[in-house]
Write a protein that binds this ligand. Sequence first.
Ligand SMILES: Cc1cc2nc3c(=O)[nH]c(=O)nc-3n(C[C@H](O)[C@H](O)[C@H](O)COP(=O)(O)OP(=O)(O)OC[C@H]3O[C@@H](n4cnc5c(N)ncnc54)[C@H](O)[C@@H]3O)c2cc1C
Length: 549
Amino acid sequence: MTEQADVIVVGAGLAGLVATYEMAKAGKKVLVVDQESSANLGGQAFWSLGGLFLVDSPEQRRLGIKDSYELAIQDWMGTAAFDREREDQWPRLWAQAYVEFAAGEKRQYLHDLGLRLMPNVGWAERGRGSALGQGNSVPRFHITWGTGPGVVEVFLTRVVAASKRGLVTFQHRHQVDEIVVTDGAATGVRGTVLEPSTEARGVKSSRTAVGEFEFSAQAVVVTSGGIGGNPELVKKNWPARLGKAPENMLAGVPAHVDGRMLEITENAGGNIVNRDRMWHYTEGIQNWDPIWPNHGIRIIPGPSSMWFDGNGTRLPSPNFPGFDTMGTLEHIVNSGHHHTWFVLDQKIIEKEFALSGSEQNPDITGRDFKLLAERLKKGAPGPVEAFKQHGADFVVRDNLRDLVDGMNALTPDAPLKYEDLEREIVARDREVKNSYTKDFQVMAIRNARNLLADKITRVVSPHELLDPKNGPLIAVRLHLLTRKTLGGLETNLDSQVIRPDGTPFEGLYAAGEVAGFGGGGVHGYSALEGTFLGGCIFSGRAAGRALAR
Ligand SMILES: Cc1cc2nc3c(=O)[nH]c(=O)nc-3n(C[C@H](O)[C@H](O)[C@H](O)COP(=O)(O)OP(=O)(O)OC[C@H]3O[C@@H](n4cnc5c(N)ncnc54)[C@H](O)[C@@H]3O)c2cc1C
């Protein structure tokens, strides 16, 4: 069969675009195949907040943050907790290489392409409470000016330019069902042509077949994303250590994140490792204006909201908002109910609630200074206020008794006792009266406020929740929300897929989420945040550069 291109890329998300950009730059002919329409170019990254993990950046230094490769690798390894001999062999090497990239050329590589960052640096995953353990010792979450679409743009514009020069061809609505292997090497893909779709970006599209296709090339790069949009696969791969798989989770990703290519690549002879490692959020809320089925949004919380399980028991230390996603997930899944509650007040929501997603941050996404300046005004940011008004999970009341009644109206099967909540909140309110305390969450709030950027933009001073001048009181019912796949196709540092016997698969490469962002699990059991887009860039670049050699 004649070759349609030098290389076929399966998936036009961020990892696929980066690999394509690198290959086209070197003069290679690339065929990009995607099951969705051109409206979805950029995949999940378009919806993202564009948060990027960087180490010892000029933005950090300007804020007085002292970071280093040594501190970052200590945090990464403490968080990943690699403990598998064979399965973590490549992930360990990827982790070292990736942290070096984040502490070295990553920022310049992106800056040279035109990507710009917000001056403030966020502190995600504040940690489980020990220097060698999980979490970021310092803020490292750099938001792209333009959010996710801004990250996609710098690669997509160059790939589109290359397509005008005849180097890149797109085949949309082409769903790959099989990788063609000839004499042990990947030489093409076969699949189903889907009917045209006029659905808007992110909306679930039809799977009606109108034909078949086969394309051949010298190599295939799989960049098809993870499994977060496929609830059955999430349940099937759910790790026993996290308890029983929840029956219902909100979907934090579009339906095209279906995970099919994992099995397809495995059937072709690629090895999957760390299948049971995944990353889901514990602060999901139902989107009142959904785009994809069961669409949930993640609250990116500051540290001050009180957090209760479905029985009304305060979550134990250090499961505070924004501290330890996987530890909190494990606690919640084993607590009996899969929903939890934030209890806060107007003062906290105004400063501490951010929503993940490009469409939830129109000021930064649209690079709109005027809209951005409105964040300084009194009141919560517009999208947060919209959730407060229209969101099915929000209860807003002037006093605690009414608040608990409102909460119980939302979860009649798991009624809370007013006395339980009152006891916890009154006790916590007593702890804020001194500048020191025995309450670890109040300590953590004071610690965060030692960082000037947090103090000014992100973390309110400890105050009494039950003081009406800080009200009204707000309760938010939180759901578990699927997002990222941490395990995947095993790859070497060139992003070349590894076979079960440990040898490289000729002509077959994988990058981005399908490869566990590199190696089949660069994050180990848990992530430091902002590491996923960067993982797509790093592993996509490795594949592209290897194939350009
Ligand atoms: C709301 C949201 C916020 C996020 N925020 C951040 C953040 O701030 N920082 C961060 O680091 N990460 C963030 N992420 C995660 C990050 O965006 C994703 O992990 C990353 O973009 C995945 O990129 P990918 O290229 O690997 O896969 P995808 O973006 O999933 O792209 C895969 C593509 O492959 C196609 N495909 C799949 N199977 C087939 C097939 N069989 N045949 C043909 N085509 C196929 C799909 O249609 C899709 O276009 C966020 C994600 C979401 C959804």
